[in-house]
Design a binder for this molecule. Structure first.
Ligand SMILES: [Zn+2]
Length: 357
């Protein structure tokens, strides 16, 4: 499923671009030849097509999760989440489509720079706003109320030298039996979220290890660094998409009227397909960066919590509860592995216990 799913979005975007002569005339008419409107329609439409084509896979993933007992969410609630996800995707894609279309129309030779700049702004904005705008759409969170655990969290945060005034618990048990935790947001929007399944099913010392790992992400500013990687990589990606668009359609000014708008949308579709392919092919680079940060957070977390045995128990429990694979094949890890494997993390804990570095 992963092997089919990974290239599916890119293949969809390429297919949409190749079939352009069929959908462009009605789309330009519906947009009354305005580039921004055509771009917004294209963006929202691509989001719908991509979600629709991927739906059989996400459905199978849901059904198998139910079969194995790891997914606890009922079908109506799951469908509602899919619809909400699509709605958000449509809004964001429509905004990107409108912006890129205007850039292509107004700056036929410099739009790649505007797009790279816009991508950077969007990446930082989404990083800051995700805890405030996106996460509440899919989950409910409440402040961590357990006084003993709260005191321990503050002590760990003190050791890590960071603020931990915003630790929350979500309602993951409404969707899954798997346990997890994450940190998101930047500056004032930053918070650490623990799954309620983690607090329900794992002993306190293991929860503390999870918190120490998340605090290490905060201490090492991994979210800011990750966003900066994304913003930096958007520059060569935009240039490459610009080159591919120029190769297929030239670099001339598109002109006005329905014909000009049609050329703008054709370039937009090729740019979207290029970006999707570049994104899919850069997965090993992205997971490599992610694994490097996760390894650092794990190692720092072990130092902060000073409890390697809890870290080992935690990894065993997470594999057990999440039906994870403790030691996946190398190729799977390179393409999809955002974290070191459970076996590697147990190895790190053993090394920490032996006082290694
Ligand atoms: Zn992590």
């Amino acid at each position: 499923m992963a092997a089919i799913g990974a290239p599916l979005g890119a293949a969809t975007a390429v297919g949409v671009a190749l079939l352009g002569s069929r959908w462009r005339p009605p789309l330009v008419r519906a947009a009354r030849a305005r580039p921004w409107r055509a771009g917004a329609l294209f963006g929202a439409g691509l989001a719908v097509v991509t979600t629709a084509i991927a739906l059989p896979l996400s459905g199978a993933r849901y059904a198998w999760g139910r079969d194995y007992g790891i997914v606890t969410q009922g079908l109506p609630a799951w469908l509602l989440d899919v619809a909400k996800g699509l709605g958000i995707q449509m809004l964001i894609s429509a905004g990107i489509g409108a912006g890129v279309a205007v850039a292509i129309a107004r700056a036929p030779r410099a739009w790649w720079a505007l797009v790279a700049l816009g991508a950077a702004v969007l990446i930082y904005a989404l990083t800051v706003l995700s805890p405030l705008l996106l996460e509440p759409v899919f989950q409910k969170t409440a402040p961590l109320r357990d006084p003993a655990l709260s005191a321990q969290v503050l002590e760990l945060a003190d050791r890590a030298g960071v603020e931990a005034d915003d630790v929350k618990v979500n309602d993951a048990s409404a969707r899954t039996t798997a346990a997890n935790a994450y940190v998101s947001g930047l500056g004032d929007s930053r918070h650490i979220v623990l799954f309620d399944t983690l607090l329900r099913d794992f002993p306190d010392d293991q929860v503390r290890m999870v918190v120490a790992h998340e605090l290490a992400h905060v201490e090492r500013r991994h979210l800011l660094k990750g966003a900066t990687w994304g913003a930096a990589l958007a520059i060569p990606a935009a240039l490459l998409a610009f080159a591919i668009v120029g190769w297929r359609t030239g670099f001339g000014a598109p002109g006005g009227g329905p014909e000009g708008t049609s050329l703008v949308v054709r370039r937009l579709a090729i740019a979207a397909a290029s970006a999707a392919v570049i994104g899919a092919l850069s997965a090993p680079l992205m997971t490599w960066v992610s694994r490097a940060y996760e390894r650092e957070a794990e190692w720092r977390g072990l130092a902060i919590s000073a409890d390697p045995d809890a870290a080992i128990g935690l990894q065993q429990g997470l594999v057990d509860r999440s039906l994870g694979v403790p030691d996946p094949p190398e190729a799977v890890q390179v393409w999809f592995g955002t974290h070191p494997t459970a076996l590697e993390r147990i190895g790190m804990a053993l090394r920490a216990r032996d006082g290694g570095s």
